[in-house]
Design a protein around this ligand. Structure first.
Ligand SMILES: [Ca+2]
Ligand SMILES: [Ca+2]
Length: 200
C-alpha cells in the first residue's frame, strides 16, 4: 500500500515536468529570429573595350602609323560600369610621352636640335572628343582644340550624371597631325596613355 502511493506520486511528478518542458519549448519558439544578417560592400568597377564586346582593365586602343600632316585619325572605345553601384562622374587623364624613335632622319636633323626629345605631341591636336551616353551625345569642349602636349597630365571630366550598372559610354576621339607640322616631327613617336577615373 505504501509502495503503490509512492509510485503514483512519482508518476504525477514526471507529468508535471513534461508539461513544464513543453511550455518552455512553445515559449521559446515564439521568439522571432533574425540571424545571418550581413553588411557588405558591392564592387565598384569600370572597364574599357575597343569594340563593346570584351572589356578589360588595361587595353591598347590604337596605333596610328605613318600619319601625314593634315590627316585625321579617329579611335573609339567603350567604358562600361561593371560594378554594383551607379557611377556619377567619369574623368580621363592623358599621359603623353614624346620619343625620337631612333636616329634623326637626315631631313629631320637639319631642323631638329633636340635629338633626345620628340616633337610630335605638340603637333597632334584633338579635333573632336565625343561621348555618347545612354541619354545622348556630348562633346568635351575643354579638350577639343588642344594638342596632346597641352592635355598631358591633366584630368578632364567627360561624364556627369548617372551611369548605372551595366550601362556603357562610347567615346570617340579624332586626332589631327597639324598641317604645318615640319620635318622636326619626321619618324617621331608619341605614346599616349589614357587613365579613366570613375567616381561613385
Ligand atoms: Ca627633337
Ligand atoms: Ca624629332
Amino acid at each position: 500500500m505504501e509502495l503503490k502511493r509512492l509510485l503514483i506520486v512519482i508518476a504525477i511528478g514526471l507529468l508535471m515536468m513534461a508539461f513544464g518542458v513543453g511550455f518552455n519549448i512553445s515559449y521559446f519558439s515564439d521568439v522571432a529570429k533574425s540571424q545571418g544578417n550581413t553588411i557588405s560592400t558591392g564592387d565598384f568597377d569600370v572597364d574599357i573595350s575597343k569594340d563593346g564586346s570584351r572589356y578589360h582593365d588595361d587595353y591598347k586602343m590604337f596605333s596610328f602609323d605613318n600619319i601625314k600632316p593634315g590627316e585625321n585619325r579617329t579611335f573609339e572605345f567603350y567604358i562600361k560600369n561593371r560594378g554594383d553601384y551607379s557611377v556619377s562622374r567619369i574623368s580621363v587623364e592623358f599621359n603623353v610621352t614624346d620619343i625620337e624613335a631612333g636616329k634623326l632622319s637626315s631631313a629631320e636633323a637639319e631642323v631638329d636640335d633636340t635629338p633626345d626629345v620628340g616633337e610630335l605631341s605638340g603637333e597632334v591636336r584633338i579635333v573632336d572628343f565625343k561621348v555618347t551616353t545612354p541619354k545622348g551625345e556630348n562633346r568635351v569642349n575643354a579638350i577639343i582644340g588642344k594638342s596632346l602636349k597641352e592635355v598631358n597630365g591633366t584630368s578632364f571630366l567627360i561624364f556627369e550624371g548617372s551611369l548605372d550598372k551595366n550601362e556603357v559610354l562610347k567615346v570617340s576621339v579624332t586626332l589631327q597631325l597639324s598641317p604645318s607640322a615640319g620635318n622636326e616631327c619626321l619618324t617621331d613617336e608619341a605614346k599616349v596613355g589614357l587613365s579613366i577615373y570613375a567616381e561613385q
